[in-house]
Design a protein around this ligand. Structure first.
Ligand code: SAM
Length: 356
């Protein structure tokens, strides 16, 4: 029965799937989907007892699963390039329904819009554009989705445009463009510390544009949502590859890319810092921002020196590691995104996944 609570390993109760979630009554049927979609078939294995499963540590498998679920159950055409965050449809649908509950509760007064349509703002919509696509297809909501990397902006737009019935409902905005047009101020602030193990020293970085400058003066929204701006990579490893080895491979990867990095074996993190010349080259060659030379120089002036990005390795469950990439210098988002996807390829080669 959908909506039942699952027990975690520590005995506590895990949040249940929302009762209106399409997958609340029954989880996706991998075998049936494999029958219908030949491209999904190679990713489904069937055990001796006849149970069909998918390797959730294999990016290609989870991407294909997301693609067929969005197509089959939601009539949505969808794709993302390698290295981009792949969302799980049942999980992301929960958030849409939880927001729906909040909006219908007395906690949140309705914001009247002329169209009478619910309007949401999705900070960091990603290449996958998942929340706008689900909100629009499930409930007819309209969305503005923002992002800062070229690849996310390009694919979020493609994902909206490849669904003519939803295109009108989804607008994608470049938060970087907003920061350049609205005189971004450089500030020194604490790094985002969502893991207690992260070092506590302050990091100099430009203030990231999140809402200010991205929203228009006259606009109103019924809600705003955000899945934090980190990049995650999940690696299912063979027994002999531990977190320490992955950390060392990460360090070696950045050193081989001629970047300065500092490994911290206590917090299992690697801080990567680009030299002034590397930062300048990255920005002036416009790898992360397709703007004009004038915009590039404005961006260059807004850059504050310091740690550029941080990679942290976590052991999620024995044999499965999560590698989190945090962008600390927003001016380098494209460089970061591209390096993170190269790091992913390197780690997948050096620390192969568990055999299926
Ligand atoms: C963890 S991904 C989430 C993607 C998608 N919303 C999801 O839930 O699968 C976070 C996204 O936030 C973007 N991001 C980072 N800083 C941002 C900012 N200041 N404004 C908008 N997006 C940002 C990143 O480029 C990345 O695409």
């Amino acid at each position: 029965m959908g909506g039942g609570r699952k027990r975690r390993r520590d005995g506590s109760e895990a949040p249940s799937i929302h009762p209106r979630n399409r997958y609340a009554a029954a989880a996706p049927d991998f075998a049936a989907l494999a029958e219908l979609y030949p491209s999904f078939r190679p990713f489904v294995s069937v055990s001796e007892r006849g149970r069909a499963s998918v390797d959730f540590t294999d990016f290609s498998a989870t991407r294909e699963l997301t693609r067929v679920l969005l197509l089959h159950d939601h009539g949505v055409n969808w794709w993302i390039p390698d290295g981009q965050l792949c969302p799980t449809v049942p999980n992301r649908s929960n958030y849409i329904h939880w927001i729906e509950d909040l909006l219908s509760s007395i906690l949140i007064p309705p914001i009247s819009s002329s169209s009478g349509r619910v309007r949401g703002f999705d900070i960091g919509t990603g290449a996958n554009c998942i929340y706008p696509l689900l909100g629009a297809s499930l409930l007819g909501w309209s969305f503005v989705g923002s992002d800062v990397t070229d690849v996310a902006l390009e694919w979020a737009k493609k994902n909206a445009e490849n669904n003519p019935h939803l295109t009108e409902l989804i607008e994608i905005r470049n938060a970087n463009a907003a920061s350049l047009s609205s005189e971004s101020e450089a500030i020194v602030r604490e790094p985002i510390r969502e893991n207690v193990l992260e070092p506590a020293e302050d990091v100099a970085m430009p203030k990231p544009p999140v809402l200010v400058g991205v929203l228009k003066e006259s606009e109103s929204f019924d809600f705003c949502m955000c899945n934090p701006p980190f990049f995650w990579l999940q690696l299912g490893l063979r027994r002999e590859h531990g977190a320490f080895q992955v950390l060392k491979s990460t360090e070696a990867f950045f050193l081989a890319s001629k970047l300065s990095c500092k490994i911290d074996t206590l917090s299992f993190s690697v801080d990567v810092t680009l030299s002034d010349e590397q930062t300048e080259a990255a920005i002036l060659h416009g790898d992360d921002y397709g703007g004009s030379l004038k915009e590039s120089s404005a961006k260059l002036q807004s850059v504050v020196k310091g740690v550029s990005f941080r990679i942290t390795v976590f052991e999620q469950i024995p044999g499965t590691l999560l590698i989190k990439g945090s962008l600390l210098n927003k001016a380098l988002s494209g460089t970061f995104s591209s390096l993170f996807s190269q790091l992913e390829d390197t780690l997948r080669m050096e620390c192969p996944s568990k055999a299926r």
